[in-house]
Write a protein that binds this ligand. Sequence first.
Ligand code: NAG
Ligand code: NAG
Ligand code: NAG
Ligand code: NAG
Ligand code: NAG
Length: 483
Amino acid sequence: MLLSRQAPAFVLALGLSVSVTAKNLTDEINAQWRKPAKFWDTDLDATINAKGTYNFIFNSSTLPKGIKYGSYDYCNMPHVRKPEYRIPSKEYKLEYVEIIHRHHKRTPYASNLWPEEKPPYDCSNTELFTYGEGKGVPSVPLYWTPLWTSENPFTTVGEGSNCQFPQLTQGGFQDSWQHGNDLFGVYHDLLHFLPNQPNGKQMKFRVTNNVITSQVASALIAGMYPALARKDIPLSVFIENSAIDSLEPTYSCNAANTLSSAYGVGSTDPAWTPHLNASQDLREALNKISGVDPTDSGWSQSWDHYFDNLSSRQCHGIPLPCNGTCVTQDQVNEVYRLGMYEYAYLYRVAPESLLYGVEEYGVWIAEFLGNVRAATSGTSTVKYTHNVAHDGSMSRLLAALQTEVMFWPGMGCELSFEIYSKQGFGYEKKEWYARILFGGQVFKSSTPEIGVADMIPLDKLTGYLNGLVGNKAANVVTLCNSS
Ligand SMILES: *[C@@H]1O[C@H](CO)[C@@H](O)[C@H](O)[C@H]1NC(C)=O
Ligand SMILES: *[C@@H]1O[C@H](CO)[C@@H](O)[C@H](O)[C@H]1NC(C)=O
Ligand SMILES: *[C@@H]1O[C@H](CO)[C@@H](O)[C@H](O)[C@H]1NC(C)=O
Ligand SMILES: *[C@@H]1O[C@H](CO)[C@@H](O)[C@H](O)[C@H]1NC(C)=O
Ligand SMILES: *[C@@H]1O[C@H](CO)[C@@H](O)[C@H](O)[C@H]1NC(C)=O
Protein backbone atom coordinates (compact mmCIF):
# COMPACT_ATOMS: atom_id res chain seq x y z
CA MET A 1 0.00 0.00 0.00
CA LEU A 2 1.18 3.42 -0.90
CA LEU A 3 0.97 5.12 2.47
CA SER A 4 3.13 2.63 4.31
CA ARG A 5 6.34 3.75 2.70
CA GLN A 6 9.75 4.30 4.15
CA ALA A 7 10.99 7.75 4.96
CA PRO A 8 11.42 9.52 1.65
CA ALA A 9 14.86 10.11 0.29
CA PHE A 10 15.75 13.14 -1.68
CA VAL A 11 18.91 14.39 -3.17
CA LEU A 12 20.49 17.44 -1.68
CA ALA A 13 23.12 19.67 -3.22
CA LEU A 14 26.67 18.38 -3.69
CA GLY A 15 25.24 15.14 -5.04
CA LEU A 16 24.68 13.79 -1.56
CA SER A 17 21.70 11.56 -1.12
CA VAL A 18 20.33 12.15 2.34
CA SER A 19 17.48 10.35 3.97
CA VAL A 20 15.05 12.88 5.27
CA THR A 21 12.16 12.11 7.56
CA ALA A 22 9.05 14.20 7.98
CA LYS A 23 10.49 15.34 11.28
CA ASN A 24 13.48 16.63 9.39
CA LEU A 25 11.37 18.90 7.23
CA THR A 26 9.93 20.21 10.47
CA ASP A 27 13.12 21.95 11.52
CA GLU A 28 13.36 23.94 8.33
CA ILE A 29 9.81 25.11 7.98
CA ASN A 30 8.55 25.08 11.51
CA ALA A 31 5.76 22.68 10.82
CA GLN A 32 5.05 19.05 10.49
CA TRP A 33 3.61 17.26 7.51
CA ARG A 34 0.44 15.39 8.45
CA LYS A 35 -1.13 12.55 6.55
CA PRO A 36 -4.21 13.57 4.54
CA ALA A 37 -7.51 11.84 5.23
CA LYS A 38 -8.06 8.52 3.49
CA PHE A 39 -9.97 9.04 0.28
CA TRP A 40 -10.37 6.91 -2.85
CA ASP A 41 -7.71 8.95 -4.64
CA THR A 42 -5.10 8.21 -1.98
CA ASP A 43 -5.48 4.50 -2.67
CA LEU A 44 -3.91 2.92 -5.75
CA ASP A 45 -6.22 -0.08 -5.66
CA ALA A 46 -9.33 2.11 -5.55
CA THR A 47 -7.93 4.11 -8.44
CA ILE A 48 -6.88 1.29 -10.74
CA ASN A 49 -9.36 -1.45 -9.98
CA ALA A 50 -12.50 0.60 -10.27
CA LYS A 51 -15.10 1.72 -12.77
CA GLY A 52 -16.64 5.14 -13.10
CA THR A 53 -15.46 8.27 -11.34
CA TYR A 54 -16.95 8.06 -7.82
CA ASN A 55 -19.58 10.66 -8.79
CA PHE A 56 -16.95 13.17 -9.81
CA ILE A 57 -18.19 14.97 -12.93
CA PHE A 58 -16.00 15.68 -15.96
CA ASN A 59 -18.39 16.23 -18.83
CA SER A 60 -20.26 19.51 -18.29
CA SER A 61 -20.18 22.82 -16.43
CA THR A 62 -23.64 21.93 -15.17
CA LEU A 63 -24.15 19.13 -12.68
CA PRO A 64 -26.45 16.26 -13.69
CA LYS A 65 -29.85 16.11 -11.97
CA GLY A 66 -29.64 14.73 -8.46
CA ILE A 67 -26.05 15.78 -7.79
CA LYS A 68 -25.83 18.56 -5.24
CA TYR A 69 -23.96 21.84 -5.78
CA GLY A 70 -20.65 21.59 -3.99
CA SER A 71 -19.85 18.24 -5.57
CA TYR A 72 -16.71 17.87 -7.64
CA ASP A 73 -17.18 19.09 -11.21
CA TYR A 74 -13.86 19.34 -13.00
CA CYS A 75 -15.34 21.59 -15.71
CA ASN A 76 -16.73 24.12 -13.27
CA MET A 77 -15.81 23.63 -9.63
CA PRO A 78 -18.09 24.92 -6.88
CA HIS A 79 -17.49 28.40 -5.46
CA VAL A 80 -18.95 30.83 -2.94
CA ARG A 81 -22.55 31.68 -3.89
CA LYS A 82 -25.77 32.68 -2.17
CA PRO A 83 -27.77 29.43 -1.88
CA GLU A 84 -25.08 27.61 0.13
CA TYR A 85 -23.47 30.56 1.92
CA ARG A 86 -23.62 30.55 5.71
CA ILE A 87 -23.75 34.10 7.08
CA PRO A 88 -21.74 34.23 10.32
CA SER A 89 -23.48 35.36 13.48
CA LYS A 90 -23.84 39.10 14.07
CA GLU A 91 -20.91 39.63 16.42
CA TYR A 92 -18.47 38.89 13.58
CA LYS A 93 -17.71 41.76 11.27
CA LEU A 94 -16.19 40.96 7.89
CA GLU A 95 -13.07 43.08 7.41
CA TYR A 96 -11.03 41.53 4.62
CA VAL A 97 -11.53 38.90 1.91
CA GLU A 98 -8.90 37.36 -0.33
CA ILE A 99 -10.00 35.02 -3.11
CA ILE A 100 -7.81 32.79 -5.23
CA HIS A 101 -9.10 30.42 -7.88
CA ARG A 102 -8.14 28.59 -11.02
CA HIS A 103 -9.16 30.05 -14.38
CA HIS A 104 -12.22 28.63 -16.16
CA LYS A 105 -12.53 26.10 -18.94
CA ARG A 106 -10.43 26.50 -22.04
CA THR A 107 -8.93 24.73 -25.00
CA PRO A 108 -6.02 22.46 -24.11
CA TYR A 109 -2.43 23.64 -24.13
CA ALA A 110 -0.67 23.09 -27.45
CA SER A 111 1.57 20.53 -25.75
CA ASN A 112 -1.50 18.45 -24.91
CA LEU A 113 -2.84 18.25 -28.45
CA TRP A 114 -2.47 14.94 -30.17
CA PRO A 115 0.03 15.03 -33.01
CA GLU A 116 -2.31 14.50 -35.96
CA GLU A 117 -5.98 15.09 -35.28
CA LYS A 118 -7.49 18.45 -36.20
CA PRO A 119 -8.55 20.10 -32.92
CA PRO A 120 -12.33 19.82 -32.60
CA TYR A 121 -12.81 23.31 -31.10
CA ASP A 122 -14.60 26.21 -32.73
CA CYS A 123 -13.55 29.59 -31.34
CA SER A 124 -15.46 31.78 -33.78
CA ASN A 125 -17.67 32.70 -30.81
CA THR A 126 -14.84 34.35 -28.85
CA GLU A 127 -12.72 37.48 -29.37
CA LEU A 128 -9.37 37.79 -27.61
CA PHE A 129 -8.35 41.41 -27.35
CA THR A 130 -4.73 42.47 -27.36
CA TYR A 131 -4.18 46.19 -27.61
CA GLY A 132 -2.56 49.20 -26.07
CA GLU A 133 -3.02 52.88 -25.80
CA GLY A 134 -0.60 55.76 -25.40
CA LYS A 135 -1.86 58.44 -23.05
CA GLY A 136 -3.76 61.01 -25.13
CA VAL A 137 -3.53 58.92 -28.31
CA PRO A 138 -6.85 57.37 -29.40
CA SER A 139 -6.73 53.66 -30.20
CA VAL A 140 -9.02 50.85 -31.30
CA PRO A 141 -9.58 47.62 -29.31
CA LEU A 142 -8.07 44.82 -31.41
CA TYR A 143 -8.51 41.08 -31.33
CA TRP A 144 -6.44 38.38 -32.99
CA THR A 145 -7.71 36.10 -35.75
CA PRO A 146 -5.44 33.10 -36.35
CA LEU A 147 -4.01 33.00 -39.86
CA TRP A 148 -3.00 29.79 -41.65
CA THR A 149 -1.91 30.03 -45.27
CA SER A 150 -1.23 27.36 -47.86
CA GLU A 151 1.98 29.17 -48.79
CA ASN A 152 3.53 28.66 -45.37
CA PRO A 153 5.17 25.24 -45.71
CA PHE A 154 5.78 24.72 -42.01
CA THR A 155 3.23 22.90 -39.87
CA THR A 156 2.47 22.74 -36.19
CA VAL A 157 -0.15 21.27 -33.85
CA GLY A 158 -3.51 22.96 -34.06
CA GLU A 159 -3.12 23.55 -37.81
CA GLY A 160 -6.13 25.27 -39.35
CA SER A 161 -7.86 25.98 -36.05
CA ASN A 162 -9.44 29.33 -35.23
CA CYS A 163 -8.47 28.87 -31.57
CA GLN A 164 -5.41 29.69 -29.53
CA PHE A 165 -4.03 26.82 -27.46
CA PRO A 166 -4.84 27.66 -24.79
CA GLN A 167 -7.64 30.19 -24.72
CA LEU A 168 -10.91 30.46 -22.84
CA THR A 169 -13.83 29.02 -24.77
CA GLN A 170 -17.19 30.73 -24.97
CA GLY A 171 -18.35 28.37 -22.20
CA GLY A 172 -15.32 29.35 -20.14
CA PHE A 173 -16.26 33.01 -20.47
CA GLN A 174 -19.80 32.17 -19.40
CA ASP A 175 -18.57 30.30 -16.32
CA SER A 176 -16.23 33.19 -15.46
CA TRP A 177 -19.07 35.72 -15.68
CA GLN A 178 -21.28 33.53 -13.49
CA HIS A 179 -18.45 33.10 -10.98
CA GLY A 180 -18.11 36.88 -10.59
CA ASN A 181 -21.85 37.31 -10.44
CA ASP A 182 -22.19 34.67 -7.70
CA LEU A 183 -19.38 36.16 -5.59
CA PHE A 184 -20.99 39.58 -5.89
CA GLY A 185 -24.30 38.06 -4.79
CA VAL A 186 -22.64 37.09 -1.51
CA TYR A 187 -20.06 39.77 -0.79
CA HIS A 188 -22.18 42.64 -2.06
CA ASP A 189 -25.87 41.74 -2.01
CA LEU A 190 -25.89 39.53 1.06
CA LEU A 191 -23.11 41.00 3.21
CA HIS A 192 -23.02 44.60 1.88
CA PHE A 193 -19.25 44.30 1.99
CA LEU A 194 -18.21 45.20 -1.56
CA PRO A 195 -18.89 48.72 -2.81
CA ASN A 196 -21.77 49.46 -5.20
CA GLN A 197 -19.33 50.85 -7.72
CA PRO A 198 -15.97 49.29 -8.50
CA ASN A 199 -13.38 51.05 -6.42
CA GLY A 200 -9.65 50.63 -6.82
CA LYS A 201 -8.96 51.80 -3.27
CA GLN A 202 -10.97 48.93 -1.84
CA MET A 203 -10.66 46.18 -4.43
CA LYS A 204 -7.66 44.70 -6.16
CA PHE A 205 -7.63 42.15 -8.97
CA ARG A 206 -4.55 40.21 -9.91
CA VAL A 207 -3.71 37.95 -12.84
CA THR A 208 -0.72 35.86 -13.93
CA ASN A 209 1.45 36.20 -17.03
CA ASN A 210 -0.65 33.58 -18.78
CA VAL A 211 -3.28 35.50 -20.78
CA ILE A 212 -6.08 33.08 -19.96
CA THR A 213 -6.24 34.52 -16.44
CA SER A 214 -6.87 37.99 -17.90
CA GLN A 215 -9.55 36.49 -20.13
CA VAL A 216 -11.24 35.10 -17.02
CA ALA A 217 -10.89 38.37 -15.10
CA SER A 218 -12.51 40.39 -17.87
CA ALA A 219 -15.71 38.31 -17.84
CA LEU A 220 -15.65 37.77 -14.07
CA ILE A 221 -15.46 41.49 -13.28
CA ALA A 222 -18.30 42.13 -15.74
CA GLY A 223 -20.30 39.56 -13.76
CA MET A 224 -19.71 41.68 -10.66
CA TYR A 225 -20.11 45.12 -12.21
CA PRO A 226 -22.14 44.83 -15.43
CA ALA A 227 -21.81 48.58 -16.12
CA LEU A 228 -18.08 48.10 -16.64
CA ALA A 229 -18.74 45.78 -19.58
CA ARG A 230 -18.83 48.80 -21.87
CA LYS A 231 -15.55 48.85 -23.70
CA ASP A 232 -14.91 52.54 -23.07
CA ILE A 233 -14.42 52.04 -19.33
CA PRO A 234 -10.97 50.51 -18.93
CA LEU A 235 -9.92 48.76 -15.76
CA SER A 236 -6.48 47.82 -14.56
CA VAL A 237 -5.49 44.52 -12.99
CA PHE A 238 -2.22 43.80 -11.22
CA ILE A 239 0.46 41.55 -12.66
CA GLU A 240 3.92 40.68 -11.36
CA ASN A 241 6.97 40.48 -13.61
CA SER A 242 6.99 37.16 -15.44
CA ALA A 243 10.39 36.26 -14.01
CA ILE A 244 9.25 36.43 -10.40
CA ASP A 245 5.46 36.02 -10.56
CA SER A 246 4.39 34.40 -7.28
CA LEU A 247 0.80 33.78 -8.37
CA GLU A 248 1.46 31.50 -11.31
CA PRO A 249 4.17 30.81 -9.83
CA THR A 250 7.22 31.43 -12.04
CA TYR A 251 9.98 32.53 -9.67
CA SER A 252 12.82 30.09 -9.79
CA CYS A 253 13.50 27.74 -6.92
CA ASN A 254 16.14 25.14 -7.67
CA ALA A 255 15.60 23.28 -4.45
CA ALA A 256 11.96 22.76 -5.38
CA ASN A 257 12.89 21.37 -8.79
CA THR A 258 15.39 19.03 -7.20
CA LEU A 259 12.86 17.93 -4.62
CA SER A 260 10.10 17.34 -7.14
CA SER A 261 12.29 15.40 -9.53
CA ALA A 262 13.22 13.15 -6.61
CA TYR A 263 9.69 12.28 -5.48
CA GLY A 264 7.37 13.39 -8.27
CA VAL A 265 6.94 13.41 -12.04
CA GLY A 266 9.96 11.90 -13.75
CA SER A 267 11.29 10.37 -10.54
CA THR A 268 11.88 6.73 -9.76
CA ASP A 269 10.51 7.12 -6.24
CA PRO A 270 8.91 3.77 -5.41
CA ALA A 271 5.93 5.70 -4.06
CA TRP A 272 5.37 7.35 -7.44
CA THR A 273 6.08 4.76 -10.14
CA PRO A 274 3.67 1.90 -9.30
CA HIS A 275 0.62 3.69 -10.70
CA LEU A 276 2.45 4.32 -13.98
CA ASN A 277 3.31 0.64 -14.19
CA ALA A 278 -0.18 -0.44 -13.27
CA SER A 279 -1.64 1.73 -16.05
CA GLN A 280 0.81 0.66 -18.78
CA ASP A 281 -1.89 -1.13 -20.85
CA LEU A 282 -4.12 1.90 -20.87
CA ARG A 283 -1.25 4.12 -22.03
CA GLU A 284 -0.39 1.74 -24.86
CA ALA A 285 -4.00 1.58 -25.99
CA LEU A 286 -4.34 5.37 -26.04
CA ASN A 287 -0.99 5.92 -27.74
CA LYS A 288 -2.18 3.68 -30.57
CA ILE A 289 -5.25 5.81 -31.17
CA SER A 290 -3.63 9.21 -30.64
CA GLY A 291 -0.43 8.62 -32.53
CA VAL A 292 1.53 9.82 -29.50
CA ASP A 293 5.10 8.53 -29.54
CA PRO A 294 5.39 5.96 -26.70
CA THR A 295 8.90 7.24 -25.94
CA ASP A 296 7.68 10.84 -25.53
CA SER A 297 8.42 11.49 -21.88
CA GLY A 298 5.83 14.28 -21.58
CA TRP A 299 3.07 11.78 -22.29
CA SER A 300 4.47 8.83 -20.36
CA GLN A 301 5.89 10.31 -17.14
CA SER A 302 2.48 11.24 -15.82
CA TRP A 303 -1.16 11.23 -16.89
CA ASP A 304 -1.29 15.02 -17.11
CA HIS A 305 -1.38 15.36 -20.93
CA TYR A 306 -4.00 12.73 -21.60
CA PHE A 307 -6.05 14.09 -18.70
CA ASP A 308 -5.97 17.65 -20.05
CA ASN A 309 -6.68 16.56 -23.60
CA LEU A 310 -9.63 14.34 -22.74
CA SER A 311 -11.17 16.45 -19.96
CA SER A 312 -11.04 19.66 -22.06
CA ARG A 313 -12.81 17.73 -24.77
CA GLN A 314 -15.55 16.30 -22.56
CA CYS A 315 -16.05 19.58 -20.69
CA HIS A 316 -17.09 21.01 -24.06
CA GLY A 317 -19.33 18.10 -25.00
CA ILE A 318 -17.03 16.98 -27.82
CA PRO A 319 -17.24 13.23 -28.59
CA LEU A 320 -14.32 10.98 -27.70
CA PRO A 321 -11.75 10.65 -30.46
CA CYS A 322 -11.49 7.68 -32.83
CA ASN A 323 -8.75 6.43 -35.11
CA GLY A 324 -9.73 2.96 -36.30
CA THR A 325 -11.04 2.25 -32.82
CA CYS A 326 -12.54 4.87 -30.52
CA VAL A 327 -11.40 5.85 -27.05
CA THR A 328 -14.01 4.46 -24.64
CA GLN A 329 -15.61 6.20 -21.67
CA ASP A 330 -14.21 3.47 -19.40
CA GLN A 331 -10.70 4.31 -20.58
CA VAL A 332 -11.28 8.00 -20.05
CA ASN A 333 -12.67 7.41 -16.57
CA GLU A 334 -9.49 5.57 -15.69
CA VAL A 335 -7.45 8.54 -16.94
CA TYR A 336 -9.57 10.80 -14.70
CA ARG A 337 -9.08 8.59 -11.65
CA LEU A 338 -5.34 8.45 -12.31
CA GLY A 339 -5.21 12.24 -12.59
CA MET A 340 -6.87 12.60 -9.18
CA TYR A 341 -4.49 10.03 -7.74
CA GLU A 342 -1.44 11.87 -9.08
CA TYR A 343 -2.53 15.18 -7.58
CA ALA A 344 -3.30 13.56 -4.23
CA TYR A 345 0.14 11.96 -4.19
CA LEU A 346 2.14 14.93 -5.47
CA TYR A 347 0.52 17.55 -3.24
CA ARG A 348 -0.48 15.70 -0.06
CA VAL A 349 0.31 12.01 0.29
CA ALA A 350 4.02 12.44 -0.31
CA PRO A 351 5.54 13.95 2.85
CA GLU A 352 7.78 16.09 0.62
CA SER A 353 4.68 17.89 -0.62
CA LEU A 354 4.62 20.28 2.34
CA LEU A 355 8.16 21.49 1.77
CA TYR A 356 7.51 21.63 -1.96
CA GLY A 357 4.36 23.71 -1.47
CA VAL A 358 6.22 26.12 0.79
CA GLU A 359 9.12 26.53 -1.62
CA GLU A 360 6.88 27.01 -4.62
CA TYR A 361 4.07 29.02 -3.11
CA GLY A 362 5.69 30.65 -0.10
CA VAL A 363 6.09 34.01 -1.78
CA TRP A 364 2.38 34.29 -2.59
CA ILE A 365 1.65 33.21 0.99
CA ALA A 366 3.94 35.98 2.30
CA GLU A 367 2.13 38.49 0.09
CA PHE A 368 -1.21 37.24 1.39
CA LEU A 369 0.04 37.67 4.97
CA GLY A 370 1.16 41.19 4.09
CA ASN A 371 -2.31 41.97 2.72
CA VAL A 372 -3.97 40.64 5.85
CA ARG A 373 -1.62 42.59 8.10
CA ALA A 374 -2.25 45.79 6.15
CA ALA A 375 -6.01 45.33 6.25
CA THR A 376 -6.21 44.44 9.94
CA SER A 377 -3.82 47.16 11.09
CA GLY A 378 -5.66 49.81 9.12
CA THR A 379 -2.63 50.72 7.01
CA SER A 380 -4.45 49.81 3.80
CA THR A 381 -7.94 50.55 2.55
CA VAL A 382 -7.98 47.41 0.37
CA LYS A 383 -10.58 45.01 1.74
CA TYR A 384 -10.95 42.65 -1.20
CA THR A 385 -8.18 41.01 -3.23
CA HIS A 386 -9.02 38.67 -6.07
CA ASN A 387 -6.40 36.40 -7.69
CA VAL A 388 -7.01 34.45 -10.91
CA ALA A 389 -4.56 31.58 -11.06
CA HIS A 390 -3.91 28.00 -12.20
CA ASP A 391 -4.22 24.42 -11.04
CA GLY A 392 -0.49 24.55 -10.28
CA SER A 393 -1.13 27.53 -8.01
CA MET A 394 -4.05 25.96 -6.18
CA SER A 395 -2.31 22.61 -5.67
CA ARG A 396 0.84 24.18 -4.20
CA LEU A 397 -1.21 26.37 -1.88
CA LEU A 398 -3.36 23.40 -0.82
CA ALA A 399 -0.17 21.45 -0.13
CA ALA A 400 1.09 24.21 2.17
CA LEU A 401 -2.31 24.43 3.88
CA GLN A 402 -2.30 20.61 4.18
CA THR A 403 -5.81 20.10 2.89
CA GLU A 404 -7.49 17.06 4.38
CA VAL A 405 -8.66 15.82 0.98
CA MET A 406 -6.72 16.52 -2.21
CA PHE A 407 -7.79 16.14 -5.83
CA TRP A 408 -7.01 17.87 -9.10
CA PRO A 409 -8.21 21.47 -8.68
CA GLY A 410 -10.65 21.69 -11.57
CA MET A 411 -11.72 24.76 -13.54
CA GLY A 412 -12.60 27.69 -11.26
CA CYS A 413 -11.53 25.80 -8.09
CA GLU A 414 -11.64 28.44 -5.35
CA LEU A 415 -10.39 29.29 -1.87
CA SER A 416 -11.87 32.29 -0.07
CA PHE A 417 -10.07 33.64 3.00
CA GLU A 418 -12.47 35.67 5.12
CA ILE A 419 -11.03 37.77 7.96
CA TYR A 420 -13.41 38.90 10.68
CA SER A 421 -13.19 41.08 13.77
CA LYS A 422 -15.22 40.73 16.92
CA GLN A 423 -15.53 43.20 19.75
CA GLY A 424 -13.62 41.84 22.74
CA PHE A 425 -14.69 42.31 26.36
CA GLY A 426 -13.01 44.63 28.83
CA TYR A 427 -10.75 46.95 26.98
CA GLU A 428 -12.92 46.78 23.86
CA LYS A 429 -10.03 45.33 21.97
CA LYS A 430 -10.84 43.81 18.62
CA GLU A 431 -10.37 40.07 18.32
CA TRP A 432 -9.57 38.64 14.91
CA TYR A 433 -10.83 35.44 13.30
CA ALA A 434 -10.43 33.64 10.00
CA ARG A 435 -12.78 31.45 8.05
CA ILE A 436 -11.54 29.68 4.93
CA LEU A 437 -14.02 28.43 2.34
CA PHE A 438 -12.96 25.83 -0.21
CA GLY A 439 -15.49 25.46 -3.00
CA GLY A 440 -17.84 27.53 -0.85
CA GLN A 441 -17.63 25.14 2.11
CA VAL A 442 -15.54 25.28 5.28
CA PHE A 443 -11.98 24.21 4.51
CA LYS A 444 -10.51 21.36 6.52
CA SER A 445 -6.82 20.92 7.10
CA SER A 446 -4.94 17.95 8.51
CA THR A 447 -2.69 20.21 10.55
CA PRO A 448 -4.17 21.03 13.96
CA GLU A 449 -2.85 24.57 13.54
CA ILE A 450 -5.67 25.13 11.08
CA GLY A 451 -8.03 22.18 11.54
CA VAL A 452 -11.61 23.01 10.63
CA ALA A 453 -11.09 26.58 9.42
CA ASP A 454 -14.31 28.04 10.75
CA MET A 455 -13.67 31.21 12.78
CA ILE A 456 -10.29 30.13 14.04
CA PRO A 457 -8.20 32.80 15.79
CA LEU A 458 -6.46 34.72 13.02
CA ASP A 459 -3.15 34.46 14.90
CA LYS A 460 -3.28 30.69 14.58
CA LEU A 461 -3.56 30.84 10.80
CA THR A 462 -1.04 33.63 10.28
CA GLY A 463 1.31 32.06 12.86
CA TYR A 464 1.27 28.77 10.97
CA LEU A 465 1.79 30.39 7.58
CA ASN A 466 4.41 32.82 8.83
CA GLY A 467 6.28 29.92 10.43
CA LEU A 468 6.32 28.21 7.03
CA VAL A 469 7.49 31.11 4.91
CA GLY A 470 9.15 33.55 7.31
CA ASN A 471 8.99 37.30 7.35
CA LYS A 472 8.85 38.59 3.77
CA ALA A 473 9.31 34.99 2.62
CA ALA A 474 12.80 34.82 4.15
CA ASN A 475 12.52 31.05 4.67
CA VAL A 476 11.63 30.56 1.03
CA VAL A 477 14.81 32.30 -0.04
CA THR A 478 16.89 30.16 2.31
CA LEU A 479 15.18 26.96 1.22
CA CYS A 480 15.42 27.74 -2.49
CA ASN A 481 19.13 28.52 -2.17
CA SER A 482 19.80 25.33 -0.23
CA SER A 483 20.26 23.30 -3.39
C1 NAG B 1 17.93 15.12 8.43
O1 NAG B 1 18.15 14.15 9.40
C2 NAG B 1 19.24 13.32 9.14
C3 NAG B 1 19.25 12.22 10.17
O2 NAG B 1 18.90 12.72 11.42
C4 NAG B 1 20.51 14.17 9.15
O3 NAG B 1 21.62 13.37 8.85
C5 NAG B 1 20.38 15.24 8.10
O4 NAG B 1 21.48 16.12 8.17
C6 NAG B 1 19.11 16.05 8.30
N1 NAG B 1 18.94 16.89 7.14
C7 NAG B 1 18.61 18.14 7.22
C8 NAG B 1 18.47 18.83 5.91
O5 NAG B 1 18.41 18.71 8.26
C1 NAG C 1 -21.81 12.86 -17.70
O1 NAG C 1 -21.30 11.88 -16.83
C2 NAG C 1 -22.26 11.38 -15.92
C3 NAG C 1 -21.61 10.41 -14.98
O2 NAG C 1 -20.25 10.47 -14.98
C4 NAG C 1 -23.35 10.69 -16.70
O3 NAG C 1 -24.32 10.23 -15.79
C5 NAG C 1 -23.99 11.67 -17.65
O4 NAG C 1 -24.91 11.00 -18.45
C6 NAG C 1 -22.94 12.29 -18.55
N1 NAG C 1 -23.54 13.35 -19.31
C7 NAG C 1 -23.34 13.48 -20.59
C8 NAG C 1 -23.99 14.67 -21.23
O5 NAG C 1 -22.68 12.71 -21.23
C1 NAG D 1 -6.54 16.25 -27.93
O1 NAG D 1 -5.77 15.87 -29.00
C2 NAG D 1 -6.41 15.99 -30.26
C3 NAG D 1 -5.49 15.54 -31.29
O2 NAG D 1 -4.50 16.50 -31.48
C4 NAG D 1 -6.77 17.37 -30.55
O3 NAG D 1 -7.46 17.45 -31.74
C5 NAG D 1 -7.60 17.85 -29.44
O4 NAG D 1 -7.87 19.20 -29.65
C6 NAG D 1 -6.86 17.68 -28.16
N1 NAG D 1 -7.58 18.20 -27.09
C7 NAG D 1 -8.79 17.87 -26.80
C8 NAG D 1 -9.33 18.50 -25.65
O5 NAG D 1 -9.42 17.09 -27.41
C1 NAG E 1 7.71 -1.10 -13.38
O1 NAG E 1 7.88 -1.89 -14.52
C2 NAG E 1 9.22 -2.03 -14.93
C3 NAG E 1 9.25 -2.76 -16.23
O2 NAG E 1 8.22 -3.68 -16.33
C4 NAG E 1 10.00 -2.74 -13.84
O3 NAG E 1 11.34 -2.85 -14.21
C5 NAG E 1 9.88 -1.93 -12.58
O4 NAG E 1 10.50 -2.60 -11.53
C6 NAG E 1 8.46 -1.68 -12.21
N1 NAG E 1 8.44 -0.77 -11.09
C7 NAG E 1 7.60 -0.90 -10.09
C8 NAG E 1 7.75 0.09 -9.00
O5 NAG E 1 6.76 -1.76 -10.03
C1 NAG F 1 -3.93 7.05 -36.07
O1 NAG F 1 -3.16 6.01 -35.57
C2 NAG F 1 -1.96 5.80 -36.24
C3 NAG F 1 -1.33 4.55 -35.67
O2 NAG F 1 -1.07 4.68 -34.32
C4 NAG F 1 -1.08 7.02 -36.08
O3 NAG F 1 0.14 6.85 -36.75
C5 NAG F 1 -1.79 8.22 -36.61
O4 NAG F 1 -1.04 9.37 -36.33
C6 NAG F 1 -3.16 8.37 -36.00
N1 NAG F 1 -3.89 9.36 -36.73
C7 NAG F 1 -4.57 10.31 -36.13
C8 NAG F 1 -5.31 11.21 -37.06
O5 NAG F 1 -4.62 10.46 -34.93
